[in-house]
Design a protein around this ligand. Structure first.
Ligand code: GAP
Length: 450
């Protein structure tokens, strides 16, 4: 990330250029919910595609799943979410604002730090007013299934996609004839009624997760945990995140979730500080054990080599698409001086760029637009493209730089005689002339090198 990237600039770029809009904006919005615009949905899809390729397509030990968002409510009793998935909440008695008590620890006045024996008095960070005692607040969204709104019809929107994979353990094991170790991957929406959503799309109430549940023989879990930490760290680096803004941190014991024996986080240095992109937890046999207990089903693996039945241990790499979206945008944003002007640029990895190629006739001249449209039609079956003929060519290059388009193809008056076009590269701004007959092959070499 360049020093120029601030959350304000990224929010403004996202709105101005169609990446992210506030949900239901015309009605004043709704906190913690966001809509992804035409370029945002492309970037999001590209992040998900890159993840799926790395963790399902290219591996011989992984399969995919797409489970329902609403599950039998006993799932959440068994998983521990009904009892423990809660944050402490406090209200300001003066201004009535609401806060997460654990986050307010960061707002302790400087003089209160360093006096471990005295419990610091935390006051409202907005108005300095007195706060209520903390109350636990369950983060799961409640709904009712069917026409009657009574206790028997209560259900929840899933707060993580993970449980869909645990409850399908036997189905997948049997239908796919898997041996340990093997894993499932799932991408899907999750919902948490966060007390304080914020930092743009970093903490939302509706978000998308990309999760893996990787089932291993007990005793091999620590080795596989290390494997996944390394794999996942490398994935971010391969997609261009700055190594100095990415770190892997092992959580302290008191930070662990109720199901975890050990957890590493992949963290990114956002303007608000080091923050979690992905958690990689050793969930042991906690979930399969609990679901076996609550469902009465046997959730075990028969090891043919030893003749033993085992409850597999689980390694869970779990990331959030929206957080990765924000990290990739912040990290790739740059500004540089070009001929006395500031050029804003997203140096996104080619695989992530929402538009791969922009087709630009030099001007709206009636001789240039028809061949430019023909070139556009030639490229559309292969990549996400844009056609732009409004304003000067310089401005159009800047517009594409700002949304991370790796290549612009320009049609000029020479094209009418030499049947060639210019490919201009985003980062270096270098230009090469290529015959239209070779254009698809030339772009493929650049966008999808073997
Ligand atoms: N199944 C494990 C699990 O859900 P988590 O650490 O609570 O673990 C995993 O969430 C990932 O989901 C996080 O690393 C983050 O990327 C994403 N995530 C969690 N809560 C989020 C929220 N409120 N808004 C956006 N992303 C969130």
């Amino acid at each position: 990330m360049s020093t120029e990237a601030t959350v304000e600039k990224i929010v403004s770029l996202c709105k101005r250029r169609g990446f992210v809009f506030q949900s239901s904006e015309i009605y004043g919005g709704i906190g913690g919910f966001w809509d992804y615009g035409p370029l945002g949905v492309e970037l999001k899809n590209n992040i998900k595609r890159a993840w799926w390729k790395a963790v399902v397509q290219e591996r011989d030990d992984m399969v995919g799943l797409d489970a329902a968002i609403v599950m039998n409510p006993t799932v959440w009793k068994a998983s521990g979410h009904l009892d423990t998935f809660a944050d402490p909440m406090v209200d300001c008695k003066e201004c009535k604002r609401r806060f997460r008590a654990d986050e307010l620890a960061h707002h302790v006045p400087a003089s209160a730090h360093g006096h471990a024996a005295e419990a610091p008095v935390v006051r409202c960070p907005e108005c300095g007013g007195e706060l209520t005692e903390p109350r636990m607040f369950n983060l799961m969204f409640k709904t009712y299934v069917g026409p009657v709104e009574d206790d028997a019809s209560v259900a929840y929107l899933r707060p993580e996609t993970a449980q869909g994979m645990f409850v399908n353990f036997s189905n997948v094991l049997q239908t796919m004839r898997r041996k340990l170790p093997f894993g499932m991957a799932q991408i899907g929406k999750a919902f948490r009624n966060e007390i304080t959503p914020g930092n743009f799309i970093f903490r939302d109430r509706e978000f998308e997760q990309m999760e893996i549940e990787y089932f291993v023989k007990p005793g091999t879990d620590e080795e596989w945990h290390q494997h996944w930490v390394e794999e996942r760290h490398r994935w971010y680096l391969n997609l261009g995140l700055s190594p100095e803004r990415l770190r892997v941190r092992r959580l302290d014991r008191e930070e662990l979730a109720h199901y975890a024996k050990d957890t590493y986080e992949v963290e990114y240095l956002f303007p608000m500080g080091w923050s979690e992109l992905e958690g990689i937890a050793n969930r042991t046999d906690f979930d399969l054990g609990r679901h076996a207990e609550f469902s009465g089903r046997v959730l075990e693996y028969f090891d043919e080599e030893t003749g033993e039945h085992v409850v597999p241990y689980v390694i869970e790499p779990s990331s959030g698409v929206d957080r990765l979206f924000m990290a990739f945008l912040m990290d790739s944003y740059d500004e540089e001086e070009v001929r006395g002007e500031t050029r804003a640029i997203l140096r996104l990895h080619k695989d992530l760029a929402p538009t791969k190629v922009a087709v630009l006739p030099l001007s709206r001249n009636e001789q240039l637009v028809p061949p430019a449209r023909e070139v556009w039609a030639l490229l559309r079956p292969h990549w996400m493209t844009q056609f732009d003929d409004a304003q000067s060519i310089g401005r159009r290059y800047r517009r594409q730089d700002e949304v991370g388009t790796p290549y612009c193809v320009t049609i000029d008056f020479d094209t009418l005689t030499d049947q060639a076009v210019t490919i201009r590269e985003r980062d270096s701004m270098e230009q090469v002339r290529v015959p239209i007959a070779n254009l698809v092959a030339a772009l493929r070499e650049k966008l999808e090198p073997a």
